[in-house]
Design a protein around this ligand. Structure first.
Ligand code: SF4
Length: 624
């Protein structure tokens, strides 16, 4: 039935009954959704009904792999994790890398669906198709790194790979993550979904192999890809040596590195203090995802003061923003320590940093006082307070409890007009890139089905000046609707579904991402796609995800940006004077919905559009 790439099996685990069963992955699902995010969103829409409590037993959490995972295709050891998000109430999907995805594939599965709720803390052991439910009583309360070590000892196998939650997930923090090694499925509070199911960890070991449909075609397709990777002026010469932190320098130069809760972009631009040269002084090696020759992930060792001796895998660029720019901290060692601590606690670094930056602004404005913060000095730049706050948030202690569910919830609790300082879209805290100087990126934040998510439709045309599919003016609003649709659909189909690393796509094959995916799909799975058909898979999934959100009550009114980005022009730096006015956003949304074929007034697809994508059953369920 399957010629290669897919195992053809889905493992379904019910924690309420402590049972597991294997199901067949329907070939048409493989063909129409490719894998990864496509499988996650397909199962989520089909099986998780509207208006359920994301932290209730009715929610499901889906770990899904791409067809290249476990093969020799480089940079494809990634995995999508999908559930209804407890942070946003919308689709919650995050991708992670490392070794765990390959191990799950080799254990025999294209996807793992977990439903129900265990009565007591439990962890799951999957070994080549054998599933066991183990007590996690002794693991509850443990940090993620200790948890992984103890499980390996418990199962007497150091080669087992473990994905787990820390105290933040156990305490149902809506900004908690799932950690494997020191990799995170970080965003949208997916750690709390595991915590709500009393599921501490998943341990997996697989010894199988993944066949491919045509080794000759695969050799040719990989050769093309390797050539493009080698010819990239960015990938091996720079990116593999410095990783994502080099983007601190780039975004500071562009005047779009957000600072101090987005009040001081361009003014506080600490490229010298925390940019690539500073990180070189802390470098302690690098890590490679399974099957990746690039190895961009940097190990860094803090060397001064309180933090001396702390080692982290990272921080990545987004964490340099959240614990650096956003909080006004220019102490590189404090950022390394905060990154490591967040991984141990199982907190999303972006959301946690934005929540702290939000609290710092309220403190500087006098809306919060030392009496509110439990004595913590929360001036911008207070790195000791930042590190203490992470502990308090993960354990829901004192003032930390207020921030443990992200900025939207915190602003609602505080009241007094503080919502206007809460930097989020649909409840998801803003990632880096001050979009007042990159408007397609802003439109993507407004429209992404997960909330403000840089990964769903990354506007590399604006951030790196790559003229694919065409060059753009980053300050212009006109023309960004069509571009954003292209970015979202192509990225979904070429990265999120086959679970390919986005860095390779952006730096080596941006001009041929669709063709590269089509060639690899034909070689690995035997399924033939034209480049347009590849893109259409992305469009199908973006429509399906939107349909899930529509069923949850989301409309055009939710496709918006924080007031600050529409009311306060940038005051400093290379993007000075720029803002996304409300008229800009309206124009971009109109263009975007038109490009998508959605109703312009509501931002919702009609029956004809859905049927054209093979989603007639979705139209039926939405009553359209
Ligand atoms: S480039 Fe970096 S993130 Fe991408 S697969 Fe390689 S090591 Fe992993």
């Amino acid at each position: 039935m399957y010629r290669g790439g897919y195992t053809g099996k889905v493992l379904r685990v019910d924690l309420s009954t402590l049972t597991a069963k294997e199901e067949t992955l329907p070939p048409d699902v493989a063909r129409d959704y490719i894998g990864g995010a496509g499988f996650g969103i397909k199962y989520l829409f089909d099986e998780v009904g509207g208006n359920i409590d994301p932290l209730g037993a009715e929610n499901k959490i889906i770990f899904s792999l791409g067809p290249f995972t476990g093969t020799t295709v480089p940079c494809a050891s990634r995995m999508a994790v999908t559930a209804k998000s407890p942070l946003t109430g919308a689709v919650g999907m995050a991708l992670t890398g490392g070794q765990f995805p390959t191990e799950l594939k080799r254990a025999g599965y294209d996807a793992l669906i977990i439903e129900g709720k265990a009565k007591v803390p439990t962890y799951l052991s999957i070994r080549d198709g054998e599933v066991r439910f183990k007590s996690a009583a002794g693991l509850w309360g443990m940090n993620t790194l200790d948890c992984q070590r103890v499980i390996k000892d418990d199962l007497s196998d150091q080669n087992i790979r473990v994905a787990c939650i820390g105290p933040a997930g156990e305490n149902l923090s809506r900004i908690s993550s799932i950690i494997n090694e020191m990799r995170a499925a970080g965003r949208k509070g997916l750690g709390a979904v595991m915590g709500s199911k009393n599921l501490k960890a998943i341990a997996v070991r697989g010894t199988g192999s993944v066949p491919v449909a045509s080794s000759d075609k695969l050799k040719a397709a990989k050769g093309e890809m390797a050539r493009a990777m080698k010819e990239s002026p960015a990938l091996y010469p720079a990116f593999s040596k410095t990783g994502t932190p080099s983007n601190v320098d780039n975004t500071c130069a562009l005047g779009i590195f957000p600072a101090k809760n987005w009040t001081a972009t361009g003014e506080f631009a600490p490229a010298r203090e925390i940019g690539v040269e500073a990180m070189k002084t802390r470098n302690a090696g690098r890590e490679f995802c399974s099957g990746c020759p690039v190895g961009c992930s940097q190990l860094n060792l803090a060397r001064t003061g309180l933090y001396s001796g702390i080692l982290a895998e990272g921080p990545e660029f987004e964490t340099m923003y959240s614990f650096g720019g956003e909080t006004g901290v220019d102490n590189v060692d404090a950022i390394i320590a905060a990154d490591r601590l967040s991984d141990e606690l199982g907190l999303d670094t972006i959301s946690a940093g934005v929540a702290i930056g939000f609290a710092m602004e309220l403190y500087e404005k006098g809306i919060l006082t030392r009496g509110d913060t439990g004595g913590l000095d929360l001036k911008f730049g207070s790195h000791e307070s930042m590190v203490i706050l992470l502990q308090l948030m993960a354990h829901r202690q004192g003032f930390g409890d207020l921030l443990a569910d992200g900025v939207m919830a915190a602003a609602r609790k505080i009241g007094r007009g503080t919502e206007k300082y809460a930097m989020h879209v649909k409840g998801l805290e803003l990632p880096a890139y001050d979009v007042r100087g990159a408007k397609a990126h802003g439109l993507n934040y407004a429209t992404s089905y997960t909330g403000a998510d840089h990964n769903r439709g990354y506007a590399f045309q604006e951030i790196f000046g790559i003229p694919v599919p065409y060059a753009v003016n980053r300050f212009a609003a006109e023309g960004k609707g069509k571009l954003t649709k292209w970015n979202q659909d192509v990225r979904c189909a070429t990265a999120d579904c086959p679970t390919m690393c986005v860095f390779i796509l952006d730096m080596a094959v941006p001009h041929m991402a669709r063709e590269n995916t089509a060639a690899l799909m034909a070689a690995v799975t035997g399924n033939e796609y034209t480049p347009d058909e590849v893109e259409k898979v992305g469009e199908r999934i973006n429509n399906l995800a939107l349909a899930f959100n529509v069923r949850e009550g989301f409309t055009r009114a939710d496709d918006t940006l924080p007031d600050r980005l529409m009311d306060e022009p940038l005051r400093h730096g290379a993007s000075k004077g720029n803002v996304i006015t409300r008229d800009d956003l309206a124009l971009m949304l109109d263009e975007y919905y038109t490009a998508r074929g959605w109703d312009r007034d509501t931002g919702i697809p009609g029956r004809e559009k859905l049927e054209g994508l093979g989603l007639g059953y979705v139209a039926d369920r939405l009553g359209r």
